[in-house]
Write a protein of this length. Structure first.
Length: 88
């Protein structure tokens, strides 16, 4: 993986973390059977699956199109994170 590929991966992760709204009033709620810590753990597990690069053969794809697709999905991830109840 080259330097620009690493920078792209870091940039995508930073965009997810930096754009989180303070409160998720407009965000969709997580399933009612999950709340608080359990919902956060589930979201983290799903995020870990998402963050792995798409593979082209046996080579990870960090190309512009692949990174643009990951970046386009970030608002959905932000909404899911913001919807987790952190009270209590």
């Amino acid at each position: 993986m080259g330097i620009s590929d690493t920078r792209s991966a870091v940039a995508v992760t930073a965009m997810l973390l930096s754009g989180l709204p303070a409160h998720g009033a407009a965000a969709a709620k997580p399933p009612t059977y999950l709340s608080g810590y359990a919902a956060l753990v589930q979201l983290f597990e799903q995020w870990r699956d998402f963050e792995h690069p798409l593979m082209q053969g046996n080579v990870p794809d960090y190309g512009p199109a692949a990174m643009a697709a990951k970046a386009a999905a970030l608002p959905t991830w932000q909404k899911k994170l913001a919807a987790i109840d952190t009270q209590g």
